[in-house]
Design a protein around this ligand. Structure first.
Ligand code: AFP
Length: 346
């Protein structure tokens, strides 16, 4: 990543916050959306950072299961609930947001607007996975928040079921050794790092993903139940059959963290279909769409095997998709192989 950009202010310079960055390039309404996401992320980051100070195994701990099963039939973690409630409440306070759609809620949460706020002012719907990779919380490993902003066009569900190409903005926050928000407004990718004054300040602009990278990232334990073409693809990467480079493996099991490494270092993340999950495991609206928008804006690519992710359509808000995302060289090579296999079968 390049030099930290600054904004001239009088005789000195100061860092550009994410809210200022968005306000300078888009509407005040969208800047407020980012302000709310940044505010939630600050609090989520703090909770995660201080989590170890609680009683990990005891009743007072914020680690561990909340004893609630979410709409996907998974145990919700306490931090999942915290992150979901916080994002929902802070976005409720933004007049330009009509509703939110979350991994943790069965349907959209539509905000009732009090007097003084015209319904037409609520032009956005924000879609998010409040705490991706939450099974990593117990072991102090990276987790993240993924978000996507779409324009409301009538019905909330119809608005979010449009193609991923309709996203107005998208991004994620990675809670790691430092907290980083990576986002796009549809014209390039920028990163903001949480500083000592608790602000997300611009630390990189015009980020680009390497054309080809050194790593592949996949849950290799599932390989026996992937379609053969995926196994063969990974075998070829390791054997140095794609441009002579012998790939290494990296897998954290938090999509945000695996994607972030792929964005910076290049390579490919893949979660193929499996026998148990023929449509893959990951969610289209709040995992694949936003990361695909970031990947494309950084010069990378994302497909479901055959199709560009941003053109895949969901029938329901929690639909899943296979996902292959990362550097253009690997993603294109995989796509070609999948299409060739499909032709041979016909
Ligand atoms: P959790 O939120 O349940 O940890 O799931 C995380 C996730 O959706 C995504 O972040 C990972 O890439 C993927 O699951 C890992 O799945 P496997 O455990 O099947 O490899």
């Amino acid at each position: 990543m390049g030099k930290q950009p600054t904004m001239t202010e009088g005789a000195g310079t100061r860092a550009v916050t994410v809210e200022e960055y968005v306000a300078a390039r888009a509407s005040a309404g969208l800047a407020e959306v980012f302000g709310a996401i940044a505010a939630a992320a600050r609090q989520i980051e703090r909770k995660i950072r201080l989590a170890g100070l609680g009683d990990i195994y005891g009743a007072g701990s914020i680690y561990g299961a909340a004893g609630v099963v979410n709409v996907q039939g998974e145990q919700q973690q306490k931090l999942d609930v915290f992150a979901n409630d916080l994002l929902t409440e802070l976005l409720r306070g933004v007049a330009s947001v009509a509703a939110v759609v979350s991994e943790e809620d069965e349907g959209p949460v539509v905000f009732e607007r009090g007097s003084g706020v015209r319904d037409s002012d609520a032009e956005f719907v924000v879609v998010f996975d409040p705490l991706d990779g939450s099974s990593n919380i117990d072991v102090n490993v990276n987790v993240g928040t993924i978000f996507s902003v779409v324009r409301r066009v009538g019905d909330v569900v119809a608005s979010v079921l449009r193609a991923g190409t309709e996203q107005v903005a998208a991004g994620y926050v990675l809670y790691g050794p430092s907290a980083v928000m990576v986002m796009t407004l549809g014209e390039g990718v920028a990163a903001f790092t949480l500083d000592e004054e608790d602000r997300f300040v611009l630390t990189a602009e015009g980020m680009t993903m390497p054309e080809q990278g050194p790593y592949y990232s996949a849950n290799q334990a599932n390989a026996a139940s992937w379609p053969e073409v995926y196994r063969e693809f990974v075998r070829g990467l390791v054997a140095g059959e794609l441009g002579g480079q012998e790939y290494g493996a990296r897998y954290i099991g938090s999509l945000v963290a695996d994607f972030h490494r792929t964005l910076l270092k290049g390579g490919v993340f893949l979660y193929p279909p499996t026998k148990k999950a023929p449509r893959g495991k990951l969610r289209l609206l709040y995992e694949a769409y936003p990361l695909a928008m970031v990947a494309e804006q950084a010069g990378g690519a994302a497909v479901d095997g055959e199709m560009r992710i941003l053109e895949v359509r969901a029938a329901g808000i929690h639909d899943r998709t296979p996902l292959v995302i990362g550097s253009r060289t690997e993603v294109e090579a995989l796509r070609k192989a999948v299409l060739k296999t499909a032709e041979e079968v016909e």
